[in-house]
Design a protein around this ligand. Structure first.
Ligand code: FAD
Length: 578
């Protein structure tokens, strides 16, 4: 096994230099869940691996999903028994290996007049689904009568309600899941670097034509180019897969079909559902409403997308569609545009199928190998990332085996706990909470809830919180507008003590390669989506702290502020068109 590689932000350049000094077995392009999964699988099978991501880890689709580790109910409707089975098995594995971020939650499926599923179909469908997906007996579905359904969820529309199915889905934090996979890959020796973009491929001439031997990687922070050589190069760039295939001159045959999915976030008090609900909307589609961190998020849309791949936005029509969908199932809510506190839009990198509409396209993944040797993987789901990685790395290893005779090592990731997942079982949370309270008297319930997402790594944040000096706190209090003498009372955000915010930020910089406020407030902590007010109150002071850490000049500091403000604004302002 290779030596563990650090994930501190200040080590980025060292990592790029290291990558450029050796010939890697595998260069993975793309730091979403797909690329991260491949890097972990390959490194844990003993390959030397580099992973480069052009922006932040998970900044593409992998921070913009519905954030569920699905059992694949929709595949059952499409009759894809094999996929339901695989996805169900995968869900159990991901939950076992990352219990801190893959958490079982009740999901209510109302049966309504003229809905997608009738009462019998829901009952049988969920039963078959439990069987195929190998769902544990205590998590199997229950059917509720109309009255029981209303008791479980009083906000449901009553006039069309006939019954409901209650089953278990798994909620996750997609960006954190990706981050934990990246960190685990680094623990196995993968050299991972964000803000490192492949701008060009490098080839040599061979008897059979051009052979891909590496790529030019540009450090998007320092602006320097590195030539990284690798025996195999994998293109795991999600919605950008075809752009890289074009640059390899191999975009022939199947191509990507991008569809956009939007989610909106409203205060939980405005849609106080008691559990997640997966419900029919009048146009025949189905939408989720999911409570989380004092909010309820609603999604998703599914429309063809031809806009800027780097900057998908929720349009006004998307938001109005979701508000209308929620109001039709929860008529007493009367949600309006003014209730929307945040939103996100993501692109599904699906495989094009002639004549099929956005929501009919298969979510299956496919691997393409180009004449130059570039391996591209597209399609798929967050849920199936481990299995996708296994298929890609099997192919990579067979190629390496043919080239230099090395042995084929089988996949091991089913038994690898992800970083932070070293908690014994589901009762870990209660135990950890009491340990944290013992360790630190200053941790509020909000803080404990926020720390839970780090699993076993929360102890590092607690250590950091305890070391934060009174000067640092005074500095943050002053930023919060405190006058001399009343610093102790001033917090950057009324909801979250600065000490803990700063400790989380330090952890993100030291252990998760966060390089700017957006990395921290969007991907490492999800605050932009679920605690936007807190993000808005704190980002300037956090930016100042980062500027001091990284030695930014005023121009850089300002540029970072502007970049974050653009995101802060984008999640509550909705253009007319993509
Ligand atoms: P991405 O996450 O987009 O990663 C690709 C990365 O490549 C990007 O970070 C990008 O910056 C990088 N990149 C691009 N070009 C370069 C370059 N030249 N050099 C270096 N890096 C580059 N799945 C589920 O299982 N459950 C769900 O609930 C769910 N909900 C979804 C809801 C929506 C609205 C959408 C859109 C998808 C959903 N999915 C869900 C699917 C899932 O989110 C995606 O399949 C998955 O995140 C794709 O990951 P990826 O790594 O392939 O792509």
């Amino acid at each position: 096994m290779h030596k563990a590689v650090g994930m501190a932000a200040h080590e980025r350049m060292k990592h790029l230099t290291k990558m450029s000094r050796e010939t890697l077995d595998l260069l993975v392009i793309g730091g979403g869940i797909t690329g991260a999964g491949i890097a972990l699988d390959a490194a844990s099978r003993g390959l030397s691996v580099g992973l480069v991501e052009k922006a932040d880890f998970a900044s593409g689709t992998s921070s913009r999903s519905t954030k569920l580790i699905h059992g694949g109910l929709r595949y059952l409707k499409q009759g894809d028994v094999q996929l339901v089975r695989e996805v169900g098995r995968e869900r159990a594995i991901v939950h076992r290996n990352a219990p801190h971020i893959v958490i079982p939650e009740k999901m209510l499926l109302p049966v309504v007049e003229r809905g997608t599923y009738g009462r019998a179909a829901t009952s049988v469908g969920l039963w078959v689904y439990d069987l195929l997906a190998g769902v544990a007996p205590e998590e199997r579905r229950t059917m509720l009568s109309r009255d029981e359904a209303l008791l479980a969820e009083p906000l449901l529309r009553q006039d069309t309600l006939k019954a409901a199915g209650l089953y278990i889905e798994y909620r996750t934090d997609d960006a954190r899941l990706t981050m934990e996979v990246v960190k685990t890959a680094a623990d196995y020796g993968a050299i991972c670097c964000n803000y490192a973009e492949v701008t060009k491929f490098v080839y040599t001439a061979s008897a059979t034509g051009r052979k891909l031997v590496g790529a030019i990687v540009q450090d998007r922070i320092a602006g320097r180019d590195y030539e990284v050589r690798a025996r195999v190069v994998v293109n795991a760039t999600g919605p950008w897969v075809d752009l890289l295939r074009e640059s390899d001159q191999s975009r022939q045959g199947k191509r990507l079909h991008l569809t956009k999915g939007v989610h909106i976030v409203v205060p939980h008090a405005r849609l106080p559902i008691r559990q997640s609900v997966y419900f029919d909307v009048p146009d025949g589609r189905m939408v989720f409403a999911i409570p989380r961190d004092g909010t309820t998020y609603i999604g998703t849309t599914d429309t063809d997308y031809h806009g800027d791949v780097d900057w998908p936005r929720a349009t006004r029509a998307d938001v109005e569609y979701l508000l209308a969908a929620a109001n039709s199932m929860f008529p007493s809510a009367h949600l309006t545009l003014a209730d929307v506190e945040s939103s996100w839009a993501g692109l599904r990198p699906l495989i094009h199928e002639e004549g099929r509409s956005a929501s009919e396209l298969s979510r299956k993944d496919e691997i393409f190998v180009s004449p130059s040797g570039l391996v591209s993987i597209a399609g798929g789901k967050l849920t199936g990332y481990r299995k996708m990685a296994e298929r890609v790395v099997n192919l990579v290893l067979r190629r390496l085996q043919a080239e230099d005779g090395r042995p084929f090592v089988p996949c091991r990731t089913a038994d690898i706990r992800l970083s932070g997942g070293d908690v014994v079982d589901n009762s870990w949370f209660g135990e950890m909470v009491s340990t944290w309270f013992e360790l630190s008297s200053q941790a509020t319930a909000e803080v404990v809830r926020s720390l839970a997402k780090y699993g076993g790594n929360a102890s590092k944040i607690i250590e950091m919180a305890e070391k934060i000096s009174p000067e640092e706190l005074r500095y943050f209090a002053a930023k919060a507008g405190a006058g001399p003498g009343d610093e102790a009372a001033a917090e950057l955000s009324a909801d979250f003590p600065s000490r803990w915010l700063l400790a989380e930020l330090q952890y993100a910089v030291e252990f998760e390669m966060a390089t700017n406020v957006a990395d921290f407030l969007v991907r490492r902590t999800g605050r932009l989506f679920f605690r936007r007010r807190e993000a808005a109150a704190a980002y300037r002071a956090l930016n100042d702290w980062l500027a001091a850490q990284f030695g930014w000049d005023d121009e850089r500091k300002q540029a970072e502020l502007v970049a974050f403000e653009r995101q802060l604004e984008a999640c509550v302002s909705f253009p007319e068109a993509d």
